[in-house]
Write a protein that binds this ligand. Sequence first.
Ligand SMILES: Cc1ncc(COP(=O)(O)O)c(C=O)c1O
Length: 355
Amino acid sequence: MSVSAMDIIVNKVEKSRINQLDPNNIQFGKLYADHMLVAHYENGEWKQAEIVPFDNLSLSPATTFMHYGQAIFEGVKAYKDQDGNPVIFRPYDNWKRMNRSAERMAMPDVPEELFVEGMRQLVELDKAWIPTGDGTSLYIRPFMIATDEFIGVKPAEKFTFLIITSPAGPYYSKPVSIYVQDKYVRAFPGGIGFTKAAGNYGASMYPTMKIREMGYDQILWTDGYEHKYVQEIGTMNVFFVIGDKVITPNTGETILEGVTRDSVITVLRDKGIIVEERPISIDEIVAAYKAGELKEAFGTGTAASISHIAELTYHDNKMVLPNVEQAEISEWVKKELNDIRYGRKEDKHGWIVKA
Ligand SMILES: Cc1ncc(COP(=O)(O)O)c(C=O)c1O
């Protein structure tokens, strides 16, 4: 199906709710912009997409995704550039990842036009909801659910794709305290770790709750065979600065291919910094720490952008890292990416898409 700009039916709200938005107190994920995009898939094809007022969905209690978890999502951000125009950061990369998730979860491909053009039109329509100011954005949540009204276990035949958006305030990501997890597992080879399937997040809730009770913020997952190689953190990919090199686990089947991860690797390499994408064991990290070589560790993701790791605990090893002012590489990367997102620096890689 081709969804040209003309093909999306737009049904606007009678009255905007924008006055509910307090620009000085934006709480992430609490308030949604006026409109949402909805498209249904049935009989092997996507039907007419519509942009409609944000509202509740009406679904049968037998709707299949509620029982068997055929549900995937994405996370993207829109910003206002220096002239106040809405721009979206790397939506094509999220579109490609959405379809990698869709394939693994036996869900239909979302056409590029539906994902990117639909998102552009939605953001353009609700651009008043994009906050201004450094660190602010409009968070965009595309997602797809299986909507057969059938509680037998089988791949569904009906699906719904939606996009909702929510203003996000300035993200002052506080340095995080990380627990290296070697009991619970997030992802195995052959599993769904590389996807943004809802079940990956559901499975992480209990281990996360447990480490929060112990006073940590987030889990650094290790591989499921040996609990030896580190994978990723909560909703972030992970980077370590060891000596003068930056090292991040290679993605493969068990780690989400983060768009921020790729952006970080690209700008670091542009600057001539060596970045290695390879398996990295927790033993190597502990040894580097003991030798005084572990300079920085940070997480990368759309929500937090760059999150400085203050401490990393593995068994009896509590590794306390230099504070954020000394984290030269991650602070530089954070500024560089923000400069590109807000149009203060040239977008050499074609990451910015006008809404
Ligand atoms: C499990 C996981 N890893 C990493 C990331 C970072 O990915 P991105 O930079 O595309 O937001 C996310 C967030 O989407 C995530 O949920």
